[in-house]
Design a protein around this ligand. Structure first.
Ligand code: NDP
Length: 415
């Protein structure tokens, strides 16, 4: 079992909340994404509390340049070198330094910001996240794929450097808040809530015919395309079980999932004395992000307030393993351990991209992941290079399966 890296009471004393006298320097990795923009929108509400060191994107140079100017960032980086010229031109004369490439993303994370938002999507965020952790920063981690794929490495790096990992995912942020520093030994179970996604009440036939447009249309949350598809398959909840095991150091069997369609209760902690503590709020990522931006303090925000009487009722139901096999698949990968979560994550990233490109049907996503997971042997994942090698192999295997035709013969409708 891992040490509970998310609950780092020891680090509390070393960090003060941001204040006008002592603004917090921040870096946002994945600044042009859903998490990144929400983070910067919160910063724009309280500019006297923050100073922006570095912002990154992959190829959206125009949006990155606009954010870098608006927030007077010191450095703006695009991961894709082909987008560099556009970035440099857009920021000419602004005083913002510019750079491009994978090494420059790591350099952005290495710059001396006290607080870093890990908001890149996919395992691409691993190296920059490790770079931020290695210098002992407060890392607000939205980017769940590195935790799933390289959990032990991420946690060891954080612990060795005395870094603080703050969970941004609304469920894990809720657990972090409900724990309030209580040792994990006092906890009986963690209960992750799941909205059930756009196909909560759909039949398997409807799911087989689902288009990318339908799959990304989440009923409660507005998010990037990849996590929206993960929510639709419920692989997102599977990844979150693994994420919770990593962050809180609790056994897989003690992590429960309940479907809660209103997305009001963001998750719960069941303590050994019978107490059940939950964090509630409107389904709006401003709330968990604000919690990490101000940690160990609190930020007054414009996020919507929850009107419990207007909500009226809170529904809870068990997940359906027949229509959402991703949940059990992720549990299996976690129990198997070793390279299995790395393989699961890589195959899922490839399968989701193939679904969004209309190359496979919706139900083929989890079938592809399962067949890759079943076919690849365990390999070492103790170092960054080892994780990346295992990840590459699993991607190759997933791509080969997709090129060879959908495993179950189901295809999504075009259009
Ligand atoms: P988006 O797709 O909206 O944004 C992704 C960001 O990462 C963009 O800035 C994008 O740049 C950048 N990016 C994409 N590919 C690469 C790459 N290969 N190298 C470097 N940067 C890259 O994603 P989200 O904001 O939705 O999600 C970000 C992470 O947070 C994911 O891991 C997700 O699971 C997690 N998360 C998201 C939530 C949400 O509400 N959105 C909730 C909880 C967790 P560009 O714009 O140039 O492509």
């Amino acid at each position: 079992m891992n040490a509970p890296a998310a609950s780092v009471p020891a680090a509390r004393g070393r960090h003060l909340p941001p204040s006008p006298d002592r603004p917090r320097s921040i870096t946002v990795l994945g600044a042009t994404g859903s998490i990144g923009r929400t983070t910067l929108a919160l910063v724009a509400e309280r500019p006297e509390l923050y100073r922006v060191e570095a912002l990154t994107a992959q190829r959206n140079a125009a949006a990155l340049a606009a954010l870098a100017r608006a927030h007077r960032a010191r450095l703006a980086v695009v991961g894709d070198p082909a987008a560099y010229r556009e970035l440099a031109e857009a920021l000419a004369g602004s005083g913002v330094e510019t750079a491009a490439g994978e090494a420059a993303l790591v350099e952005a994370a290495t710059r001396p910001a006290e607080w870093v938002m890990a908001g890149i999507v996919g395992l691409a965020g691993l190296a920059p996240t490790l770079a931020a952790l290695e210098r002992g920063a407060i890392v607000a981690i939205a980017n769940k794929e590195p935790l799933v794929s390289a959990g032990p490495l991420v946690l060891e790096t954080a612990q060795r450097a005395g870094a603080v990992l703050l969970p941004v995912d609304s469920e894990h942020n809720a657990i972090f808040q409900a724990l309030a520093g209580s040792p994990i030994e006092t906890v009986e179970r963690l209960i992750l809530t799941a909205s059930g996604g756009p196909f909560r009440t759909a039949t398997l036939e409807e799911m087989a015919a689902a288009t990318p447009e339908r799959a990304v249309a989440h009923p409660n949350w507005s998010m990037g395309a990849k996590i929206s598809v993960d929510s639709a398959t419920m692989m997102n909840k599977g990844l979150e079980i693994i994420e919770a095991e990593r962050l809180f150091g609790i056994a897989e069997a003690a992590i429960e999932v309940v479907v809660h369609p209103q997305s009001i209760v963001h998750s719960l902690v069941a303590f050994k004395d019978g107490s059940l503590l939950a964090q509630l709020g409107a389904p709006d990522m401003r709330i968990p992000i604000a919690h990490t931006l101000a940690w160990p303090g609190r930020l007054a925000t414009s996020a919507p307030r929850l009107d419990l009487l207007a909500v009226g009722r809170l529904d809870l139901e068990p997940p359906d393993p027949r229509r959402f096999p991703a949940l059990e698949l992720a549990r299996r990968a976690l129990r198997r351990g070793g390279a299995a979560p790395t393989i699961l994550n890589a195959a899922n990233e490839v399968a989701v991209a193939a679904f969004l490109a209309r190359r496979i049907g919706f139900l083929d996503i989890v079938r592809t992941v399962e067949s890759v997971l079943e076919s690849l042997p365990d390999t070492p994942t103790g170092s960054l290079e080892a994780v990346l090698a295992c990840d590459r192999e699993a991607r190759r295997s997933a791509l080969a399966r997709i090129a060879g035709g959908p495993p179950g013969g189901h295809r999504g409708e075009e259009g």
